[in-house]
Design a protein around this ligand. Structure first.
Ligand SMILES: [Zn+2]
Length: 287
């Protein structure tokens, strides 16, 4: 696992630097946007309710603002993410997956936090992405009806537990990754995708008002190229956002091809909290 420690240390340092830079840049933009909003005073965000839970009538397809060319062009960097996500030589695959997954968790959590005050039980009565609803499943596999903020909270608290669990994401020298590691990473990525997709489908207006759409697009491209590179999420799961992926990733040095077909339907996951490390491994279940 540690054949080339010095190379690895350099690489991890570079990744850390990149992450820190990204987060600082993100916060500076967010702060300046917030200050602008306060100064202008008259700014109000539309908190219109979305479709009702279990509504029988299909919600008519709204125009997708996030597909407008003037917004899809926006990025914070033109970095060649396709190269950035590739496994570097001499780096252990699991180490690479662990490091990237943890970083994406923090970035997506941060991105969601910028609009979380608008993602309420009232505005988002279900975890909706376009016309699809996702449900959470508890540890016993029982379907839980929840609002979007509750769903995101389930996702973030489950992932937080996993990435800080030394038995699942080991950080100490000589400690091995569990056999279930890759499948857990896949499940984490699936739920993080749901959160990103929800931000686009339900909170793009707010993201635009905060002028954080460039960050969102950049994060999305980086994340999609990463999960593609290692086949971490079933293409059927991401079909729901293929129109966006096509536009963003095709202009980003990737093929942008849409794999798979069919409509994603209710996602699932499991449960909130059991405390032992063995329980933590079962936090996120296959639907
Ligand atoms: Zn929401």
């Amino acid at each position: 696992m540690n054949k080339c420690l010095s190379d690895k240390q350099v690489l991890l340092f570079l990744m850390l630097w990149d992450t820190t830079h990204f987060i600082l840049d993100f916060f500076l933009n967010f702060l300046s946007a917030s200050m602008r909003l306060k100064r202008n005073g008259s700014y109000t965000l539309n908190r219109k309710s979305k479709g009702k839970p279990n509504g029988k009538k299909p919600v008519p397809e709204e125009k997708k603002l996030y597909l407008e060319p003037e917004y899809t062009k926006s990025r914070i960097t033109d970095f060649e993410f396709k190269e950035l996500v590739m496994l570097p030589r001499e780096i252990d695959l699991n180490e690479w997956l662990a490091s990237n997954t943890t970083t994406f968790f923090h970035h997506i959590n941060l991105q969601y936090s910028t609009i979380s005050e608008f993602c309420t039980g009232e505005s988002c009565q279900t975890m909706a992405v376009c016309n699809t609803q996702y449900y959470w499943y508890d540890e016993r596999g029982k379907k839980i009806k929840c609002t979007a903020p509750q769903y995101v909270d389930f996702v973030m608290s489950s992932v937080q537990k996993l990435v800080t669990d030394e038995d699942v994401f080991p950080t100490k020298y000589g400690k091995e990754f569990p056999n279930s590691f890759e499948s857990l990473v896949k499940k984490i990525c699936k739920y993080l995708f749901h959160v990103l997709a929800h931000i686009y489908s339900s909170h793009f207006k707010e993201t635009l008002a905060l002028e954080l759409h460039g960050h969102l697009n950049t994060l999305y491209i980086h994340f999609i190229l990463f999960i593609r590179e290692f086949n971490l999420v079933d293409p059927k799961e991401t079909t729901i956002m293929d129109d966006l992926t096509e536009v963003l990733c095709s202009s980003s040095g990737s093929s942008g091809s849409s794999n798979g077909s069919g409509n994603g339907s209710g996602g699932s996951g499991s449960g909130s909290s059991s405390s032992s490390s063995a329980g933590a491994q079962n936090h996120v279940k296959e639907r």
